[in-house]
Write a protein that binds this ligand. Structure first.
Ligand SMILES: [Ca+2]
Ligand SMILES: [Ca+2]
Ligand SMILES: [Ca+2]
Length: 438
C-alpha cells in the first residue's frame, strides 16, 4: 500500500512538473497500442483533406481507431460537425445548411457568406455536434513532436475515452453507433429506426424511362457568383414523368406527397415543391451573341451550345425560348454529350463535374443573363443584377445520388445514401425513398 501511494505521489509530482502535451500524447498512444494488442496500422481517411493539418489528423485518427469504417459515411466531416439554420440579409426564411456550408459561414465569412446576419457559428467549437464536442473536450492538445503518437492518442480518445458515452442522448453509446453505422453526434440517426423502403434505379432502368419519355430543353443557367452564365440544352426526363412511371410500375404511390429533397454525392441538398415538379415554367429569355468576341467584345461572358442546336428551338432575341421548361433529371447536354461524372476535389472539398445525373430547376422569374457578383462592372446592361434576377444555376443539384419524397414516414429512418457516396456516381445509380415508396 505504501509502495503504491509513494508511486502514485511520485507519478503525480512527475506529471505536475513534466506534464507536457508531448508526454501525455506518448502515454495515451501507448495505452491505445496496448489496448489494441501491440501494433496498429495508421489508416488513410477518405474525408476531405486540406482544411488544416490538425483536422486531417482527427480524420486519420478515426479510421485508425475504426479501420472498417474507412470510406463509410462516418468517414466524413459530418461525424463531428453539425449543420444549422442561418438568416441571410433580406430573406424571410432561414436557410438550412449542411455541415460543410455551416462551417463555411465562419471560415469563408468574408468570401462567400457576407450576407449572413444571424445563426452562424461564432467559433469552430460551435460547428461541432455533441460527438465532436465530446472528442474536443477530451482530446489531448495537438503535439507536433511525433505525428504517429498524436494519431494514436487521438484514436485512444475516440475509442476508449468517449466510446462508452452517449453523446447525442439517443440511448446508444458512441461506439455502438459507430459499429451500427449511425451517427454518434446526431440523435435523429439511431438504431431504433426501421430501414427505409428504397427504389434503386440503375442505369438500365433510368435509360429505359428516359427513352420512353425523352425530353430536351434549352435553358439559361444563371450563376450568381461565377463570372459566366450558360445556355445549355439538357436531355433526360421530366421529374413528373419519372414519378408517374414509377407509380405505373407499382413502385410508388404519389398520393399525398408534398415535396422532394435531392442529395448530391457531396451532401448538397436541394428541396423542390410538388408544384415545381408538376408545373410548366416559362421558357428562358434568349440573349444571343453575348460570348467573348460577340457584341460585348472581350467582355462577353455567356457560353452557348452549337448554333445548329439553339437554332432548332427557333430562338428570337429577348423572347421566351419556345416550348416551356420543366424540372427535369438530365443525363446529357448540348447534343448527346454525357454529363461528366462528379468527383471530389480534395483540395477545396468541392465537386467537379455535374453527372451522371443532374436535376435542373428553370428560373421562376425569367430574366437576362448577368455577370457574377464579384465581376468588374462595364455598364453595358449585363452587370450583376443581384436580387432582381433569378440565379437558378446554384439551385440545380449536380451529381445526384438520392431523392427523398416528403413527408418522410415516421416509422422509417433516413436512407444512408451517403454510405455509397461517390461509388453510386460511378455505378450511375439513384436511390428514391420516403413517402409512398412501396
Ligand atoms: Ca448516441
Ligand atoms: Ca445517434
Ligand atoms: Ca449570372
Amino acid at each position: 500500500m505504501t509502495k503504491k501511494l509513494i508511486f502514485s505521489t511520485f507519478l503525480s509530482i512527475f506529471l505536475l512538473f513534466s506534464c507536457s502535451d508531448d508526454f501525455v500524447t506518448k502515454m495515451e498512444a501507448q495505452k491505445f497500442l496496448n489496448a489494441e494488442g501491440g501494433s496498429v496500422e495508421i489508416q488513410e481517411s477518405r474525408a476531405y483533406k486540406g482544411h488544416s493539418a490538425s483536422s486531417d489528423l482527427d480524420a486519420v485518427a478515426f479510421v485508425t481507431a475504426f479501420p472498417d469504417k474507412k470510406g463509410s459515411r462516418l468517414d466524413d466531416c459530418q461525424l463531428c460537425h453539425t449543420g444549422g439554420d442561418v438568416m441571410e440579409e433580406g430573406e424571410d426564411e432561414a436557410l438550412t445548411l449542411d455541415q460543410c456550408s455551416f462551417c463555411h459561414t465562419l471560415a469563408l465569412k468574408d468570401i462567400e457568406w457576407q450576407n449572413v446576419v444571424s445563426g452562424a457559428p461564432a467559433n469552430y467549437y460551435e460547428t461541432l455536434n455533441p460527438y465532436g464536442k465530446a472528442y474536443a473536450n477530451n482530446r489531448t492538445a495537438p503535439s507536433s513532436k511525433n505525428t504517429k503518437d498524436t494519431i494514436y492518442s487521438y484514436a485512444y480518445t475516440l475509442k476508449y475515452v468517449i466510446g462508452e458515452m452517449d453523446s447525442d442522448n439517443d440511448k446508444s453509446n458512441n461506439n455502438a453507433e459507430i459499429n451500427a453505422d449511425t451517427y454518434p453526434g446526431d440523435k435523429d440517426s439511431n438504431q431504433n429506426q426501421a430501414a427505409p423502403k428504397i427504389i434503386e434505379l440503375d442505369e438500365t432502368k433510368i435509360t429505359k424511362y428516359i427513352s420512353e419519355h425523352s425530353h430536351r430543353q434549352l435553358m439559361l443557367m444563371n450563376a450568381n457568383k461565377q463570372a459566366g452564365d450558360e445556355y445549355v440544352e439538357y436531355e433526360g426526363i421530366k421529374l413528373v414523368d419519372l414519378f408517374n412511371e414509377l407509380e405505373n410500375d407499382g413502385l410508388l404511390d404519389l398520393e399525398g406527397y408534398q415535396s422532394i429533397t435531392i442529395y448530391a454525392a457531396d451532401g448538397f441538398p436541394a428541396t423542390f415543391s410538388r408544384d415545381q415538379i408538376e408545373k410548366t415554367f416559362d421558357g428562358s429569355l434568349w440573349y444571343g451573341g453575348l460570348g467573348i468576341g460577340g457584341t460585348l467584345g472581350a467582355n462577353g461572358f455567356v457560353t452557348y451550345p452549337d448554333e445548329r442546336i439553339y437554332s432548332s428551338y427557333n430562338v428570337q432575341e429577348e423572347q421566351n425560348i419556345p416550348g416551356g421548361l420543366f424540372l427535369m433529371l438530365a443525363y446529357k447536354r448540348d447534343g448527346a454529350k454525357s454529363l461528366e461524372t462528379g468527383s471530389l476535389n480534395a483540395a477545396n472539398g468541392k465537386l467537379n463535374g455535374e453527372g451522371p445525373y443532374r436535376v435542373l430547376l428553370p428560373q421562376e422569374k425569367v430574366g437576362r443573363p448577368d455577370r457574377g457578383s464579384k465581376s468588374p462592372k462595364f455598364d453595358d446592361g449585363f452587370d450583376y443584377g443581384g436580387k432582381d434576377l433569378d440565379h437558378n444555376a446554384g439551385r440545380c443539384p449536380k451529381s445526384i445520388v438520392a431523392i427523398k419524397i416528403e413527408p418522410m414516414p415516421e416509422d422509417q429512418g433516413e436512407f444512408d445514401w451517403k454510405y455509397g457516396g461517390y461509388k453510386y456516381l460511378d455505378e450511375k445509380k439513384i436511390f428514391i425513398y420516403g413517402h409512398g415508396v412501396k
